[in-house]
Design a protein around this ligand. Structure first.
Ligand code: FPP
Length: 244
């Protein structure tokens, strides 16, 4: 396999961690065990990204649509998240990782939203990498919420409609302050973006792999980065313009 070029790393990697349920089925286990294995893959991927030098990693850990899953599965996912915050905040401190979160965080309820806020506050000064968890997140909901807040600010007279540019719109999104993802990885073999970072992925490179999320390891991450580094990102320009 080709080596990765440390000078051309994707600054921001976003991951749709799909395939926990199928992994469990293939191993004759319940879905919840698949998610538990998925949480191990989260731990190793965070570590690998930090080691490689990725600046920001966004993980789609719980979508708005996931609330519609059976109650036992929703409870298990939230409890895995709670465990993760309890066990990994110390590790984030040790690895200089800043935790952030995007989504309708208040809907997570107690004690998760409190623990999340505590971990975010505790890691706020860390600089090595941003770990951004998308929780109770939906891309369309995010855009609609931003539009609503812009409308309120126009009504309140804080801004005028002429000031509503792409840059201003971006500042009303959950991801304000973070760069747009350079690379999206989706595991589990499906080729869609499932309401994830719709605005932010305008120019993101997509990488789909059959590997199920619980099996995802550093070598798969490296393969995705090598693939990304072989692409020419033109942002609507021609190859010639880029070389000029
Ligand atoms: C999709 O697999 C995965 C999820 C809905 C949840 C992702 C959660 C984790 C990886 C674990 C907890 C996260 C953290 C940050 C500790 P699926 O159930 O849709 O798989 P399937 O398509 O094979 O059924």
């Amino acid at each position: 396999m080709n080596e990765i070029d440390p000078k051309r790393l994707p600054q921001h990697i976003a991951i749709i961690m799909d395939g926990n349920g199928r992994w469990a089925e293939r191993h004759a286990m319940g879905r919840v065990l698949g998610h538990r294995k998925g949480a191990h893959a989260v731990r190793s991927t965070v570590k690998a990204c930090r080691r490689i030098g990725v600046r920001c990693l966004t993980l789609y850990a719980f979508s708005m649509e996931n609330w519609l899953r059976p109650r036992t599965e929703v409870r298990a996912l939230l409890s895995l998240l709670e465990d993760y915050l309890e066990t990994e905040t110390g590790e984030m401190m040790a690895q200089d990782i800043r935790l952030t979160a995007i989504g309708n965080l208040s809907s997570l309820g107690e004690p998760i939203s409190r623990k999340l806020a505590e971990s975010i506050a505790r890691t706020a000064e860390n600089n090595g990498m941003v770990l951004n968890l998308a929780l109770s997140y939906g891309g369309r909901d995010e855009i609609v919420a931003a539009a609503g807040r812009i409308a309120s600010d126009v009504v309140a007279g804080t801004i005028v409609p002429d000031q509503v540019t792409k840059e201003l719109f971006g500042r009303y999104l959950y991801t304000t302050g973070l760069p747009d993802p350079d690379l999206l990885i989706r595991t589990g073999g499906e080729c869609r973006i499932s309401n994830f970072l719709l605005w932010q992925m305008a120019y993101t490179e997509f990488y789909f792999t059959e590997v199920l999320w619980p099996d995802f390891r550093e070598r798969h991450l490296l393969r995705a980065i090598v693939d990304y580094q072989q692409r020419e990102r033109r942002f609507g320009l021609t190859s010639e313009q880029l070389k000029a």
